[in-house]
Design a protein around this ligand. Structure first.
Ligand SMILES: Nc1ncnc2c1ncn2[C@@H]1O[C@H](COP(=O)(O)OP(=O)(O)OP(=O)(O)O)[C@@H](O)[C@H]1O
Ligand SMILES: [Mg+2]
Length: 255
């Protein structure tokens, strides 16, 4: 298992309202694990808890998140900073907000190397260009010198994935990574994930409300509703023979 979440609870600090309620899940090595559910079910909160990136006002009120033998909820912030990006990376829905608007794409990918490795400048640069190539960017030299706003949504998404895989993390948390893209681009980005998973030997926690995406991408799936997992299992099995009414409703919506 690359990651085990055990009885995680996240509450609104001021009201004690539970956003994530006693949630457990396990992500096997080299697998795509989909977390699905409707808006507000707590998917992003679960994903953000893993790297302790919750919004102010939310607090983890119980549980463990075990990664490589350590409880991420207990590790020192220095160690957590080292895990972020290097062992666990995140990819978000709209990379325009994740990138710094005043730095070039190349600078931002290189920054990952300068903060986590002692690669000299020329190696940082060549590795960054290589990553842009790996994620299917045809003119890496040009994109390297571009600012985020100069790229299309699909290109930005690829650049962000390049940055996420730079240090060969064991786990990528991808929160609705394709929902801002059109259907064709969505399919290409998902193919890219499948390829990178082979190439980089990684697992993906894929957060989505779209069961169509799960069908094409995921090995396992957990269905989330109101902070709880209502159904989980192999993706093919769950989609073929959903046991829970809520999963059936999501399926009806997807097709
Ligand atoms: N800082 C906060 N303070 C209070 N409530 C919050 C806060 N952040 C999120 N919530 C609430 O937590 C619940 C879960 O939010 P979350 O963003 O995890 O859902 P989600 O499943 O990712 O939804 P979506 O599909 O819309 O992205 C929502 O009801 C939301 O209103
Ligand atoms: Mg969300």
């Amino acid at each position: 298992m690359v990651l085990q979440i055990k009885k995680l609870s996240v509450s609104v600090a001021v009201s004690d309202k539970k956003i994530v309620d006693d949630l457990s899940l396990q992500i096997p090595d080299r697998s795509v694990f989909a977390l699905v559910g409707g808006s507000g079910s707590g998917k992003s909160t679960t994903g953000l808890s893993i790297l302790r990136l919750l919004a102010p006002g939310l607090e983890i009120s119980g549980g463990e998140i075990v990664f490589a033998g350590r409880d991420l909820l207990k590790v020192h912030t220095d160690e957590l900073r080292n895990i972020r990006g290097k062992e666990i990376a995140m990819v978000f829905q709209e990379p325009l907000y994740a990138f710094n608007p005043v730095l070039t794409i190349g600078d931002q990918i290189e920054e990952v190397f300068s903060s986590h490795t002692d690669f000299p400048k020329d190696k940082r640069r060549s590795q960054s260009l290589e990553l842009l190539r790996v994620v299917g960017i045809k003119e890496p030299q040009r994109v390297y010198h571009n600012y985020p706003h100069q790229l299309s949504g699909g290109m930005r998404q690829r650049a962000m994935i390049a940055q996420a895989v730079a240090l060969k993390p064991k786990l990528i948390i991808a929160d609705e990574p394709t929902s801002s893209l059109d259907v064709t681009l969505q399919a290409r980005i998902l193919e890219l994930f499948a390829k990178l998973r082979q190439e980089f030997d990684l697992s993906v926690l894929l957060i989505t409300h779209d069961l169509g995406v799960v069908k094409h991408m995921a090995d396992s799936v957990a269905v989330m509703k109101a902070g709880k997992i209502v159904e989980s299992g192999m993706a093919a099995t769950v989609l073929k023979n959903p046991q829970h009414q809520y999963t059936r409703e999501l399926l009806a919506y997807a097709s």
